[in-house]
Design a protein around this ligand. Structure first.
Ligand code: PEP
Length: 253
């Protein structure tokens, strides 16, 4: 196990109200204690838009950052009922944003729309957690690598500030299902993503690449043998401070 920076990012999805501040506070106190033991971790909680301003004004935490989960692709204000754009999220206090999540792709986000969202978020200097991943059907017919290659190539441009992009590999069949990929297969996919990124976007270093999909406190240890994994995007289990904290603890056990 290396001392390389690891990301533990929570995706709260449609969960939480102002009383959920206690979850953030508990994670914050844990991080304060844990960091002092010499581990380099970045903890980010991507919460519903309704909570971003409240949380960022209540917690002045150097250990926990707050992010958003999606945005409208238009950069400026416009007639899009119920939507918010990257500028509004940035002004509300978000520092990170998840884009390309499969739950948003299934509601119509194409690679092209995601590209526009990435551009608008980069304009606001938000850090992007860009989700890619294949369906079970695509996996079965051996299309995993070609699907994720297409997702990266069609939504990212080498002109972008690539330091602001974190990739989250999230096989769609794994999200919320309790199923995780075989460790050897996952290692190959991570090596592929990192090489593909360097080759296609002409960078010397690859971005941080995270794994997401049914990560919990019981299975987290399995991932620690893959040195290419730079952290985790955690959905359901991040809605409980105990589970989220146990994931971090058990990863380092
Ligand atoms: C997610 O939605 O990004 C996710 C990883 O969900 P879960 O951990 O619940 O599978």
């Amino acid at each position: 196990m290396t001392n390389k920076l690891k990301y533990f990012i929570g995706n709260w999805k449609m969960f939480g109200d102002p009383s959920s501040l206690k979850i953030i506070n508990q994670i914050h106190s844990f991080c304060g204690r844990f960091k002092s033991r010499g581990k380099k971790n970045k903890i980010i909680l991507c919460v519903p838009n309704t909570l971003i301003y409240f949380f960022t004004t209540k917690i002045k935490s150097k250990f926990v950052s707050i992010g958003a989960q999606n945005c409208h692709h238009q950069k400026n204000y416009g007639s899009f009922t119920g939507s918010v754009n990257a500028m509004m999220l940035k002004k509300t206090g978000a520092r990170y944003i998840i884009l390309g999540h499969s739950e948003n792709r299934s509601e119509g986000d194409t690679n092209q729309i995601i590209k526009k969202k990435i551009e608008s978020a980069l304009k606001q200097k938000l850090n992007i957690i860009f989700c890619i991943g294949e369906t079970f059907k695509e996996k079965k017919v051996g299309k995993t690598l070609s699907v994720i290659r297409r997702q990266m190539r069609s939504s990212i441009d080498k002109k972008y500030n690539l330091n602001k992009i974190i990739i989250a590999y999230e096989p769609i069949w794994s999200i919320g299902s309790g199923k995780i990929p075989k460790i050897q297969e996952l290692k190959k996919i991570f090596i592929f993503i990192k090489n593909e990124f360097k080759k296609n976007f002409k960078t010397k270093v690859s971005p941080a690449v995270l794994y997401g999909g049914s990560v919990n406190d019981n299975n987290i240890k399995k991932f620690s043998s893959i040195s290419e994994i730079d952290g985790f995007l955690i959905g359901g289990a991040s809605q409980s401070s105990k589970k989220f904290i146990d994931i971090i603890k058990n990863y380092y056990k």
